[in-house]
Structure formats: C-alpha cells, structure tokens
Design a protein around this ligand. Structure first.
Ligand code: PGA
Length: 251
C-alpha cells in the first residue's frame, strides 16, 4: 500500500512575516498521520520554516538545488548537501516553470536529481506536457520521453527513493485542472512505463498530480487508483485549504 503524499510548493511567495503567519496556521491544523506532508518554501525562508515546524509532522523541501551535490564554486546556487544540512528532506526537480523559464533541459534535471539523491534528499521529479502537445495528441509521448531520459541516464533503481509529479503545464496556476480520468490515464501510463523496467519499484513509487488542485477537486482526483496525492501550488499558501487537501489525501 502506497502512503499518499501532499506537497505544497510555495513558489516565489512570502515574506518573513507572511511566512511566520502561515507557519502558525499550519501548526494549528489537524492533519492525518497517514499522509506524508511537505512544504517547499523559497530557499531564503527554509530555516524559518524548519524551525517553525519543529515537532510538527510537516516536512520541508526545497524548490530547486544545484547540479553538483556538494558545496563549491558555483555562484548563486545552493547545493543539495546544504539543503540537507538546513533540514530539508525533499527537493523538487524539473518543475515546468524552471524547464521553460530557466532553460532546464532533461540533462540538467537528471543531474539535479542524482545530486539530490546523493545527499539523501528525496527528489520530486516533475513531468508534464504543454497545451499544444496535449492538443496534438502527444501527451503520453512527451511524459514518457521525460521519464525515459532519466531512466536511461540514471537507471531504474533511483526510483526506489523518489516521487514523481505529473503536472500538465496547461493546468498550472490556470484554474484548469485535468479531469480525474485524464490525470489517471497519464499516471497509469507512467506506472506502466516504470513497471516494464521493474515492477516492484513501479508499484511502490508515489505519483502525485499537480495543476490547480484545491480542496474542491482534491478528493475526486485522489480517489483514482494511480494518483497518490498532489503537488499543490496556489492553494498551499492558504493553510486551511491546504489542510483540507491533506485530509482528502488521508481518506
Ligand atoms: P498550482 O501549481 O496548484 O498553482 O496550479 C502547481 C505547481 O506548479 O506545482
């Protein structure tokens, strides 16, 4: 039985004071112990969140990390070893906003994934298609290519300790959510692709859905057999909404 997971990606939002408020509200939530819950603040506030959530079951992750595992001469970057040192357990790799706006291609994503794992962080690998790719019937091809690139470079065993998030780009921050069936079809294809390599790892890995998930649609999405939780952007900035999504994942 896979444990469900809810991950809150705060993106480039927050100030010291708004994050202090969010931490306080998160601490007041009644959260299901059957769900792995993590929040991903902007790097600058990771320590504040780690300290603020001490003793709480919510874990902390980073939104990005360097291609090199250890500290060194790489101006402006933060190594996954430093993130682990700061108290992170997870790191998002390959988010479509970084793929598109920062030019992160599969080769970079794969290096970041490997570096994160080398430092004991659990990578949350994001994959997903653009609207024109869906409309031209290429969704499964795109997703399978992104996943295949990582399998080819790093091998299948890396998925024993990783999470995959399927995030259709057209659903991110747009209010357009994939229907539960659309999301399930892609998740099933991802699991089948992994299963053709190693069935045990394919059955164990958590596949999260991301893209305009909110309290109102979470339960329906999470009821699908291959959807093991969600990667939540906008709705994770509201503690009560986030709490409701976590409870939906626990049911
Ligand atoms: P959204 O973002 O929930 O605001 O659509 C999801 C994500 O980008 O991870």
């Amino acid at each position: 039985m896979r444990r469900t997971m809810v991950a809150g990606n705060w993106k480039m939002h927050g100030t010291r004071s708004s994050i202090a408020e969010l931490i306080n509200s998160l601490r007041c939530l009644a959260l299901p112990s059957s769900v792995d819950i993590a929040v991903f603040p902007p790097c600058l506030y990771i320590k504040q969140v780690v300290d603020g959530l001490k003793g709480n079951l919510i874990q902390v992750g980073a939104q990005n990390s360097a291609v090199e595992p250890t500290q060194g001469a790489l101006t402006g970057e933060i190594s996954p070893s430093q993130l682990a040192d700061a108290g992170c357990s997870y790191v998002i790799v390959g988010h479509s906003e970084r793929r598109r706006m920062m030019g992160e291609h599969d080769g970079i994503v794969n290096r970041k994934f490997a570096a994160a794992q080398a430092c004991g962080l659990i990578p949350v690998l994001c994959i997903g298609e653009a609207l024109e790719q869906r409309e031209s019937g290429n969704t499964l091809k795109v997703v399978s290519y992104q996943l295949g690139s990582l399998i080819k470079e790093l091998g299948m065993s890396v998925f024993a300790n990783a999470v995959i998030a399927y995030e259709p780009i057209w659903g991110i921050g747009t209010g357009l959510t994939a229907t539960p069936q659309q999301a399930q079809d892609v998740h099933a294809a991802i699991r089948t692709q992994l299963s053709e390599e190693t069935s045990e790892i394919a059955q164990g890995i958590r596949l999260l859905y991301g893209g305009s998930v909110k309290a109102a649609n979470a339960a329906e999405l999470f009821s699908m057999p291959d959807i093991d939780g969600g990667l939540i952007g906008g709705a994770s900035l509201n503690a009560n909404e986030f709490g409701e999504i976590c409870r939906a994942a626990g049911n």
